[in-house]
Design a protein around this ligand. Structure first.
Ligand SMILES: [Fe+2]
Length: 261
């Protein structure tokens, strides 16, 4: 699996505290079956040259440690840019590998600012594909999941968090994530890993959920094929999304079934 969304650089955001933590997080990912990861530290206000330099320096340091310890994982550099932050798409850390093909963007937790749509569509016009990080966790989207449909129709790709699919953020978030996959409104699953304990770099359990619910082909597309195309800078096949018309029927879990017999 290739993990498109990780916070693996120490002391640049709310990710690892030090190199030891950063390497422990990578080891956790490797153990879980992750073979490659994109470093996407938060850019919350201003992507200036100072911050750009710091991210590149830390990323190169991390690669040296990975090599020193013989860790079997490929790394690429990008960022997770807040939709209200100031940034230049020519920055080497704004897009994946600095190649101006894919840019990861996030909304605030509870709203969609008025100019967010403008920012996203300006990227599309510039030939850069925006990847929206974990839309299923946004409060406004949770109340109106059809907002995702209109963004996908306009060329925004959607990245779901692995933890959303395993119920880490509650049943409602999990249901939205599953609905998105069912209606072809999801393009990637990623860990959004921050720390071994609280926000792990894990995708294996979510991979199994998607395989069980939608089959191995879909799991392969979301966890492997599509992310691989992003890191290679290749375009992605985007299936026509369907609007979410009705709520997904709640399935009885294994335990509920047992209790009824
Ligand atoms: Fe993140």
């Amino acid at each position: 699996m290739i993990d498109l969304h990780t916070h693996i650089l120490p002391q640049v955001d709310d990710g690892p505290d030090d190199w030891e933590d950063a390497l422990a997080l990578l080891r956790q990912g490797i153990e879980d079956g992750i073979t490659g990861a994109v470093s996407t530290s938060h850019i919350l206000s201003d992507l200036n040259t100072d911050l750009e330099g710091r991210l590149i320096y830390r990323f190169e340091q991390l690669q040296k440690f990975v090599e020193r310890d013989g860790l079997n994982i490929s790394l690429w550099l990008a960022s997770e840019i807040h939709c209200l932050a100031r940034f230049d798409t020519h920055s080497r850390v704004a897009t994946v590998n600095g190649d101006r093909k894919f840019l990861m963007i996030e909304f605030p937790m509870n709203e969609i600012p008025d100019n967010a749509g403008h920012t996203l569509f300006q990227l599309v016009i510039d030939g850069i594909t925006p990847i929206l990080a974990h839309p299923e966790r946004n409060g406004t989207i949770q109340r109106n999941p059809d907002r995702i449909f209109s963004l996908v129709q306009r060329g925004v790709l959607m990245q779901i968090n692995a933890g959303s699919l395993t119920g880490r953020f509650g049943r409602h978030v999990r249901d939205i994530a599953l609905e998105m996959i069912e209606h072809r409104q999801a393009h990637f699953v990623a860990s959004d890993g921050h720390s071994v304990r609280n926000r792990p770099m894990k995708m294996g359990d979510a991979y199994r959920v998607v395989t069980r619910e939608f089959g191995p082909e879909q799991a392969d597309r979301l966890f492997r094929r599509n992310p691989e195309r992003v890191v290679r800078g290749e375009s992605i096949e985007i299936p026509e999304p369907e609007p979410i018309r009705k709520r997904r029927p709640v399935k009885f879990s294994f335990f509920q079934k047992r209790m009824r017999h």
